[in-house]
Design a protein around this ligand. Structure first.
Ligand SMILES: Cc1cc2nc3c(=O)[nH]c(=O)nc-3n(C[C@H](O)[C@H](O)[C@H](O)COP(=O)(O)O)c2cc1C
Length: 170
């Protein structure tokens, strides 16, 4: 499928909505709920079996997804702000929690994500931060962005999850 061109159109997650998706171990979508399907503006058939990057927005720094995958493959949960792209090119921000699902032996059988509406105040911090990270990636690669984020978090004495959870509660 050709990716749409990003537009300036914004979609908002409803105050009471939970956007849920599940993937297999490779990150291919195996389940998505109605609020997820609706905001993407797709059909269930267009989403099932597709890599989750089908909703990736080019404004998202790669280092956030690297952190996400490092965590969930290690069976640790992650909270993250993510800008996604609908099928018509419009964008929507979410506050996501992503976890691994394991079988009774502890082997990873897939991944699970629940997203809520982000605190608009938090986005005032996240949007410029992600722009900085993206610029670092363009010039110095993912390592430069990771180093930049580490510097910011270290100065605050927090990790990424503590940082975003505090923003979400602010
Ligand atoms: C359960 C789960 C949910 C995910 N949700 C999203 C999402 O909402 N948006 C997104 O861009 N990537 C999401 N990802 C990450 C994608 O798999 C992928 O790493 C990311 O889009 C970057 O894609 P790329 O490496 O092809 O650029 C999710 C991954 C998992 C396992």
């Amino acid at each position: 499928m050709t990716r749409p061109t990003p537009t300036s159109g914004e979609r908002s997650v409803r105050d009471d909505a939970f956007l849920v998706s599940k993937t297999d171990t490779k990150g291919r979508i195996t389940y998505c709920n109605l609020p997820f399907i609706e905001i993407v503006g797709a059909t269930e058939q267009e989403l099932l079996g597709k890599p989750h990057s089908i909703v990736r927005h080019p404004d998202m720094p790669r280092c956030i997804f690297k952190l996400l995958w490092d965590r969930i493959k290690n069976k640790e949960e992650i909270f993250a702000y993510v800008k996604n792209m609908s099928f018509d090119g419009s964008y929507y921000w979410v506050f996501a929690n992503v976890t691994a699902s394991t079988d009774r032996n502890g082997s990873i059988v897939g991944f699970y994500s629940v997203r809520r509406k982000p605190n608009p105040k938090a986005l005032k911090t996240i949007i410029p931060l992600y722009q900085e990270l993206l610029a670092k990636e363009k010039n110095g690669g993912i390592e430069a962005a990771q180093a930049h984020m580490k510097q910011i978090l270290d100065a605050k004495g927090v990790d990424y999850d503590q940082f975003v959870n505090a923003l979400q509660r602010s």
